[in-house]
Design a protein around this ligand. Structure first.
Ligand SMILES: [Zn+2]
Ligand SMILES: [Zn+2]
Length: 437
């Protein structure tokens, strides 16, 4: 093992605010070059830490006896680098200690400061090891091309190109690498102290393609600017632009909505007989006076009575505690039946709010006259609303107004200042109403 260099000379930086831009670029390049040589030294040292921490040393290994679980953790602690950077240093340092012939030039280029540790890690990890279908010579040749590319490309692009070159060299290995990636997929939900739940996980490429595209469909107008296809799409784009939610909030709302819809459409294949459902626990006295707190089963944070009412209205299971200890699971009179929902879907054809485009599958059946005030669960009292418009009614203080004696025609919802017409979206029904004098 030899040191990459003994002295690194760096240009003076005093008066940097005055230097011409061409000189600024030179300075930046000089410091970056020096940084690569320092990184090369760090990598050599990290590789040595790894060697002294190898499994055969057990608890006597350097990292282990220093209280770190791995060489990566040791390097991260001492250098202050992130875990991922420390891992790269260890990987590349190990390579520099004993490079296989096909990666000897990569190791040499790191040592001389011609290529960064990040690019070297990208090349070696992307190209992998020789196999029956990939010869050492082919890897040597590919590594050479990638070293040239690394002069102008950032490590993440080098990494992608390295993976593509490996795929080209090794068509037979594509399936096994795909399988290796698939094995890394997971999803974990962790309840936080404040009542929020953190989602943490990895999607394999195939899953990511589907999930990413679904989220993109919902949020695309926010990111790419509007593309008007037809008037319905234009209305959706405009609504999304005015939407006060952040793009990330829209994305997570859409994901949750997809799960809810999947729950109603599932035939037992994914969820089995226990469909995803939420039980809403509430004290009857709080429900009656419309104030207080309710709880969703399994969640520590309270929700408002308005939210509890909306969830019950939308089909979640109420668990109402009465004074004296009796429980009311309020099933029969409260929920619209499957047949009633079919009828409501035909009557309204989607979210009833005129400018809303949500189809029936995205809607919840709302009691126009609230069921807790003895509003009946029958079709005459039902209207379909998407979650957003349902929230306006229960959480935003809006009310539904129905002109008497006109069936489902002429309904509006209002908060006293604005009024939204509630209309059918079903073309057959529109046609029928147009014919009726
Ligand atoms: Zn409702
Ligand atoms: Zn709506």
């Amino acid at each position: 093992m030899s040191a990459p260099c003994t002295v690194i000379e760096l240009p003076e930086l005093s008066g940097v605010s005055e230097v011409p831009s061409a000189r600024l670029e030179q300075l930046l390049a000089a410091y970056a070059a020096a940084g690569r040589r320092v990184d090369a030294g760090l990598a050599i040292l990290a590789g040595e830490v790894e060697r002294r921490s190898a499994v055969e040393h057990g608890h006597l290994g350097l990292a282990q006896s220093s209280g770190d679980r791995t060489a990566d953790a040791f390097v991260s602690r001492v250098t202050g680098e992130s875990g991922a950077s420390a891992r790269q240093l260890v990987t590349v340092g190990t390579l520099m200690d004993a490079a296989p012939p096909w990666f000897a030039d990569v190791a040499g280029s790191v040592r001389s400061g011609d290529v960064s540790v990040g690019a070297a890690a990208a090349i070696t990890q992307g190209l992998g090891a020789p196999s029956p279908s990939v010869s050492p010579d082919a890897l040597l040749d590919a590594a050479q091309q990638l070293l040239d590319a690394a002069a102008t490309l950032p490590p993440e692009k080098v990494a992608r190109r390295a993976r593509e070159m490996r795929d080209d060299l090794d068509a037979a290995g594509v399936a096994s690498r795909e399988e290796a990636l698939r094995a890394k997929r997971f999803l974990r939900l962790t309840l936080q102290a404040d009542g929020m739940t953190r989602i943490f996980g990895m999607l394999d490429p195939e899953q990511a393609a589907l999930v990413t595209d679904a989220i993109d469909c919902v949020t695309a107008p926010r990111r790419n600017g509007p593309r008007f296809v037809d008037s319905a799409e234009r209305a959706r784009v405009e609504a999304l632009e005015k939407d006060p939610r952040s793009t990330e909030q829209i994305a997570v709302d859409a994901l949750v909505e997809m799960i809810r819809i999947a729950g109603t459409a599932d035939t037992g294949r994914v969820f089995g007989i226990r469909r995803p459902s939420v039980r809403v626990h509430v004290d009857a006295r709080d429900l009656t006076r419309g104030d207080g707190a309710a709880h969703l089963e399994g969640q520590s944070a309270a929700v408002s009575i308005a939210t509890a009412e909306r969830l019950m209205c939308g089909g979640y299971q109420p668990v109402v505690f009465h004074p004296g200890g009796s429980l009311d699971l309020g099933l029969t009179q409260r929920l619209f039946s499957e047949r009633q929902r079919v009828a409501l879907a035909a009557i309204w054809g989607g979210c009833a709010v005129e400018q809303c485009d949500r189809p029936p599958s995205w809607t919840e059946a709302h009691h126009a006259h609230p069921w807790k005030h003895d509003g009946p669960t029958d079709i005459d009292n039902g209207v379909l609303l998407c979650r957003h418009h349902h929230m306006l009614l229960h959480n935003g203080g809006w009310r539904i107004h129905r002109p008497p004696g006109r069936g489902h025609v002429g309904w509006t919802m209002s908060d006293g200042r604005r009024t939204l017409p509630l209309v059918t979206k079903n073309p057959v029904r529109q046609h029928q109403l147009a014919r009726t004098p």
